[in-house]
Design a protein around this ligand. Structure first.
Ligand code: GDP
Length: 335
């Protein structure tokens, strides 16, 4: 792959969109990786190339199942994805794993960056694993992940797993790009919600209790019963689907097939009710509006003189010469 990388004057790699498109259409994971690097690039010259690539890929996507997987660090996400991914591969699926990691831009680490994670899965044919995009903000990282999904689907990946850490706002973002949202938990002594916010439980289509092995088994069943009880208290979902609970041991690879059956049941039910398509249409609308918003914002703040004028107006506000509303209107009118 490296022979295709040419360096421009600015030190940024040059991308051959036609070649990458062709590679992606042939299911070539190196081309897919390169395409995602283009989509993730912050360089302004790369923006139009990335758009071209996405345009090329959009009509070619295979029908897919997009699955969000979340849970607090240590709950067993990567171990679960290894086991789940292997099972899917054995069924003849092609599996892409992408991540949204809100901490990666700060720590420069990544939930998937650690090479020891998913070490078996990563070696398998028919798998594509990509660590989280880095970026200054969650919105930007999310947009890139969304675009990466399009590229993966054009490369023939029919099962897309989007992993995120269940600690912050990233779940909402993941929820906006998946068909099904799976929350991993562990059997906890009394601490059944494990710091997971109520809103995240509400988003979940399935709560999977992991590490149901060894001494944990009895406790896990109690936790499951508690969770089943508390799920009754949550409002009905627009999908008409009732969230449920399942037990598994990612290490012992038990419970995995049962979980897949639940996902298939969801797919069947929401496809026949029409919700599946409606939900994807709504997500597309959401991303259309997000893109417009981002573009308007970056065009506005990127315009010449806006930052200087903004600083001047902030000073005037401090001196009570102008209100924030007048200042905003002045800025908007002049650009
Ligand atoms: P993540 O941070 O959520 O990705 O969690 P990891 O997959 O890295 O797992 C965290 C720790 O839990 C590791 O030491 C795993 O070996 C362990 N673990 C994961 N799944 C299981 C399981 O099903 N049973 C047991 N006993 N340990 C597990």
């Amino acid at each position: 792959m490296s022979q295709h990388i040419k360096i421009e004057n600015g030190g940024y790699p040059k991308f051959d969109v036609e070649k990458i498109t062709e590679g992606i259409f042939h299911g070539d994971v190196a081309a897919l990786g390169r395409g995602i690097t283009l989509v993730e690039s912050q360089h302004k010259n790369h923006g139009p190339l990335a758009q071209q690539l996405i345009q090329n890929c959009l009509p070619k996507g295979v029908p897919s199942f997009r699955i969000g997987i979340t849970g607090v660090p240590g709950v067993g996400k990567s171990t679960f994805i290894e086991a789940f991914g292997q099972t899917l591969l054995q069924m003849g699926k092609r599996v892409a794993v992408l991540a949204i990691d809100p901490s990666s831009s700060i720590s420069k680490g990544s939930i998937l960056g650690d090479k020891t994670r998913m070490e078996t899965l990563v070696k398998e044919e028919g798998v594509f694993i990509r660590p989280s995009a880095s970026g200054d903000n969650l919105g930007g990282v999310a947009r890139k992940t969304r675009e990466s999904i399009i590229l993966c689907e054009a490369a023939g990946f029919d099962t897309i797993l989007i992993e995120t850490v269940g600690v912050g706002q990233s779940e909402t973002v993941v929820h906006s790009m998946v068909d099904f949202f799976l929350l991993l938990q562990i059997a906890g002594a009394g601490d059944q919600l494990q710091g997971i916010k109520r809103g995240i439980i509400e988003m979940a289509d399935l709560l999977v209790i992991n590490k149901v092995d060894g001494d944990n088994i009895a406790r896990a069943h109690r936790t499951k019963a508690d969770l089943d009880n508390s799920l009754h208290l949550y409002p009905n979902k627009p999908s008409g689907w009732k969230a449920s609970t399942a037990l598994c041991s990612a290490i012992e690879k038990t419970g995995i097939l049962e979980i897949w059956d639940i996902l298939l049941d969801y797919e069947r039910k929401t496809k026949s009710s029409g919700y599946w398509k409606k939900h994807r249409d709504e997500q597309n609308k959401y991303w259309l509006l997000q893109t417009i918003q981002n573009r308007l914002q970056s065009d506005f703040f990127g315009a010449e003189g806006v930052n200087e004028k903004l600083n001047d107006l902030v000073k005037e506000m401090a001196e009570n010469k102008i209100t924030p509303f007048e200042a905003a209107n002045l800025l908007l009118d002049q650009s």
